[in-house]
Design a binder for this molecule. Sequence first.
Ligand code: ATP
Ligand code: MG
Length: 405
Amino acid sequence: MKYTEIMVRYGELSTKGKNRKDFVSQLGKNTRAVLKGFPEVVVKAQRDRMHVALNGADDLKVIAKLKGVFGIENFYPSIKLEKNMDVIKKTALEMVQQQFKSGKTFKINTRRQDKSFQYHTDQINNMLGDFILENVPGISVDVKNPDIAVRVEIRQNGAFLSSELIHGAGGLPVGTGGRATMMLSGGIDSPVATYMAMKRGVRIDMIHFYSPPYTSEQALAKAKQLTSVLAGYSGSIQFIQVPFTKIQETIKEKVPEGYLMTIQRRMMLRLAAKITTDRHCTGVFTGEALGQVASQTLESMMAINDVTNLPVLRPLVSMDKTEIIKIAEKIGTYDLSILPYEDCCTIFTPPSPKTKPNLEKSRKFEKYIDVDGLMKNALENIKITNIKPDENFLNSQQDVFAELL
Ligand code: ATP
Ligand code: MG
């Protein structure tokens, strides 16, 4: 059975005024962008919901794309029919037969927008219900908790039938929550944090520190590949690579070992903050979680945060590693994250970093290096690439999504 239209229901949104309008128009824009490869599809984002007319496009492929769009709570793939009860009956029966296994229950749920249609809601429910009971031996009605719920909508332009409710990604449309930068390593956490930032509507610019020759070309490529997977949820992402070798070498030479980690982090955040304000972004996201490693204690966060007044946002702050890994697997970043390329931090990690660095000492030890000169040099050598969504990844997900149908 091939679907002809998808009815999309919005997630949480302010019910009033301009916010709602912005939400709806941004969601329409984002949806059209992910469906760019399907020129026949027409997206109409209206006040209460969005209609995606397939016009012959492959329904499974379109559904797979919609599943990644933030701001969509759920959607119903539907079949458009002429407003003729015989046709509606026949299709409703087919839908139920496709999903029926013995002992199952069903319910018909009709909404009638077109008040001129010759039958009213209860009549339609009864006519279809009776027809299915007559033709599907062993089935029964359960109006409270049916196994199969067939939705019928009688609208001006046709009758629409659906029987599957598919969960969307939830959250808010990317672009409605402002713009921020993300400090992306090649690890498991920061890609998950990126996903969560995007889910709240924030458009992300990626910042990645790399340290050739200590880190390989593969490590950089991996960060870009992760960005490409994440771009599948937001549209293209600007990837800003910042050379960090000179800074790390200088710190290693000048700063006492216990503070290597803290001063490196302070330099990273200072650079990230400068890039953030230069690009008119208003916050920096990281993948830190409390207590995970030495640099992620409250004391450490205080010593690092000291270098900026910008909000430093940590969506994973109170999550367990196992919870984070589950999300990483779901969003398709895990397999890339565990590839074994050295990150710039792991290489310069001292054997016993201070878990409770002292703020005053951090400030003092930092005076041993030329902060401004090193910053200037790194900023002059940043490279920015526009990274597009990874079509291969999205296509590979279709089987996963198809299983839902
Ligand atoms: P992740 O899994 O994200 O790498 P982690 O558990 O390895 O995190 P750390 O190495 O302490 O933890 O890094 C903490 C955070 O600092 C990262 O989540 C990321 O936001 C940022 N960060 C670390 N390394 C880099 C890097 N090379 N480039 C950009 N940001 C980085
Ligand atoms: Mg890491």
